[in-house]
Write a protein that binds this ligand. Structure first.
Ligand SMILES: [Zn+2]
Length: 299
């Protein structure tokens, strides 16, 4: 019986106990330098030395994009676990654990406020909540966000950060791709701008639906963006993939995205783009035209 049993113990990496208090310094995965975490926070979680973009939670995202106060929408929508799903752990327990650790009820936070004075609705995905996966609640919240944008005649922004559809909700999670896409099509017909911000990582069903549907698709530097992972693709096509495959810079070069913008310039770039799309006229001494009639110029 011992034929296939591992008798030797795997080598354990021995780390010396650190005398530095936990969480005061962060090691940058980009340049391996230690960064004081307050410096990192002040720099929008971008490494001041090598510009590595650390992952940011949804609430922090809204804070860095909105001018000041914002109103959160539908914060209490929760999944009902329609399939009564269990894998290594029950889906109900998984939801409960994620809610406790992130402080949000599902993997997206929607808020309305202003970006550089422009009234905007932003939906930001929360990666720490089951990999930012898109289930029924995420689909419903994003749909409601776009409906609210039509009601108020204001632009919509979605900050994508997701592993894709939520397996624990089966086909219902896949249906969200169609549902959100339909909601965004209505936004388009109402001639309102939608800007998609793709952050690390944006994969699976999210890439296959709303992440790529923006009037403008902006990515953060070096973000992993794709549908299937590189390993799966390599095994399928039996070819070695080029360097930087599925990273923002590669995708811009190949026409999949419009822009790669450093997080520190993101807010200004979005505001400029929204003004360009004439979501709202640029602040000027001239009398502002009525909002309802302002759309993109027809050709
Ligand atoms: Zn760094």
């Amino acid at each position: 019986m011992a034929w296939f049993k591992k008798t030797r113990k795997p080598i354990e990496a021995k780390e010396k106990p650190s005398r530095v208090p936990e969480g005061l310094w962060v090691k940058c995965p980009g340049c391996a330098q230690a960064i004081y975490n307050k410096d990192l926070a002040a720099n929008l979680n971008v490494c001041p030395k090598c510009a590595h973009h650390f992952r940011v939670n949804a609430t922090e995202r809204l804070r860095m994009l909105f001018d000041g106060e914002w109103v959160e929408h539908d914060p209490r929508l929760v999944s009902t676990d329609p399939l009564n799903f269990t894998d290594t752990k029950s889906y109900k327990a998984r939801l409960k654990a994620s809610q406790a650790s992130t402080g949000v009820k599902d993997a997206v936070v929607v808020g309305s406020g202003t970006i550089d004075g422009i009234e905007t609705i932003i939906a930001a995905q929360e990666y720490a909540f089951i990999g930012g996966s898109m289930g029924v609640v995420v689909g419903e919240k994003i749909t409601r966000a776009s409906e609210k944008a039509i009601e108020r005649r204001c632009p919509t922004i979605i900050v994508c950060c997701s592993g894709g559809a939520r397996m624990m909700e089966g086909a219902l999670s896949l249906m969200q791709m169609a549902k959100v896409s339909a909601a965004l099509a209505r936004l388009d017909r109402a001639r309102l701008p939608y800007v998609s911000i793709l952050t690390d990582p944006t994969t699976g069903g999210v890439t296959a639906s709303f992440a790529m549907l923006g009037d403008l698709n902006i990515a953060e530097p070096k973000a992993l963006i794709g549908f299937a992972g590189p390993r799966v693709i390599e095994q399928t096509i039996r070819q070695k993939l080029p360097d930087g495959f599925q990273r923002s810079e590669f995708l811009v070069e190949h026409g999949m995205l419009d822009l790669v913008v450093d997080r520190r310039d993101l807010k200004a770039s979005i505001a400029r783009a929204l003004r360009f799309m004439r979501a709202i006229p640029a602040p000027s001494p001239e009398p502002a035209p009525a909002l309802a009639g302002v759309g993109r110029e027809s050709t």
